[in-house]
Design a protein around this ligand. Structure first.
Ligand SMILES: [Zn+2]
Length: 332
């Protein structure tokens, strides 16, 4: 990785798809444009997203996950052993094609390598982050019609995710984030889910990040230091930073990726608000161990609002960096 400033800024992963990309996907589904045209549209969208991240001043960008409709479905479509039935309703009017495991799962072919190589070729920084969904979240959000239990399925998924992460490192990936938003769903599963996650990241020579968000962090807090990643990022803004106390109490000793932008609210935070929030975080953790990010992916916001939120996040971070500089910190 190239050198990062103090309080590096990053995104969680997803970014709103440009309207014209959604139109291209619709035309492709209707058989009106070719696979090649759709790929070109995806590539152009990656360039667009990275340019937004660049303009906003994000230190560690992603490609916006513009090729993925959904974070479990994308992988289930590419791993052998999954089958899709009809869509199920997840919230409000949002539907999701819940996959089923119908036989022993097997690694099929690289899932993210082409995506990473393209994004890297158009990225303004080699500190590009690639995200991959973790084994427990894939298992928890799928139907299991084959394995004796969810635990066995999760450990098999861990092997597949590990294989994919190895391929990503070989392709040059320097920062990999494993997304486990379901990790703290069920108290009785957390202990082995963390073991499976450690299998998934075993031997991976990259900067490793884990993302979790929304829900009761107290279920997972006692296990966080056991997770073999360098950094864990959390949704914190939406909880008004209350989990900081819990993390501190549990002796959290990894880098903290602090969510300072509410992705469920269209109101754009001001830079001053972000700065004051970061200062709150710094009452608990030292600046050398803190990264700044939104609570979660920005996908569900409009592109305009998502962009403005990133700008505020970066501007707010710069305010705090200047304050820290005056206190004698090196900020570059
Ligand atoms: Zn999230």
């Amino acid at each position: 990785m190239s050198k990062l400033p103090l309080l590096p800024t990053t995104v969680i992963g997803s970014y709103p798809r440009p309207k014209w990309l959604r139109e291209a996907i619709r035309l492709h589904k209707a058989g009106k444009i070719s696979d090649e045209d759709l790929q070109e549209a995806f590539n152009d969208a990656v360039i667009t997203v990275l340019y937004d991240h660049y303009k906003a001043g994000i230190d560690v960008p992603t490609d916006g996950e513009v090729r993925r409709d959904e974070m479990v479905e994308f992988f289930a479509e590419r791993i052998k052993g999954f089958k899709f039935y009809g869509p199920v309703r997840v919230w409000g009017t949002a539907y999701y094609r819940k996959p089923s495991v119908v036989r022993k799962i097997e690694y099929n072919r690289p899932m993210l390598v082409d995506e990473y190589i393209f994004a890297r070729s158009v990225s303004y920084t080699d500190n590009l982050k690639i995200t991959i969904t973790g084994p427990y979240t894939i298992a928890e959000w799928s139907y299991n019609e084959y394995y004796k239990n969810k635990r066995d399925l999760t450990f098999d998924l861990a092997k597949i995710i590990n294989q994919e992460m190895r391929n990503l490192v070989e392709a040059g990936a320097k920062v990999i984030q494993i997304d486990e938003p379901a990790l703290h769903t069920r108290k009785e599963d957390v202990k082995w889910a963390v073991e499976a996650l450690n299998e998934a990241v075993k031997g991976i020579n990259a900067k490793l990040v884990m993302h979790i968000c929304y829900g009761d962090y107290s279920l997972v807090a006692p296990y966080l230091n056991e997770i073999k990643v360098d950094q864990i990022n959390f949704a914190l803004k939406i909880y008004n930073y209350k989990p900081l106390e819990l993390l501190k109490k549990n002796g959290f000793d990894k880098e903290l990726g602090a969510g300072v932008i509410d992705v469920h609210n269209r109101r754009v935070e001001t830079p001053e608000e972000v700065a004051s929030d970061i200062n709150k975080i710094l009452e608990y953790f030292p600046p050398e161990k803190v990264w700044i990010n939104p609570d979660c992916g920005l996908k569900l916001l409009s592109r305009k609002i998502a962009y403005q939120k990133l700008v505020s996040m970066v501007e707010g971070t710069k305010i705090v960096r200047e304050e820290l500089k005056k206190k004698g910190y090196s900020i570059t």
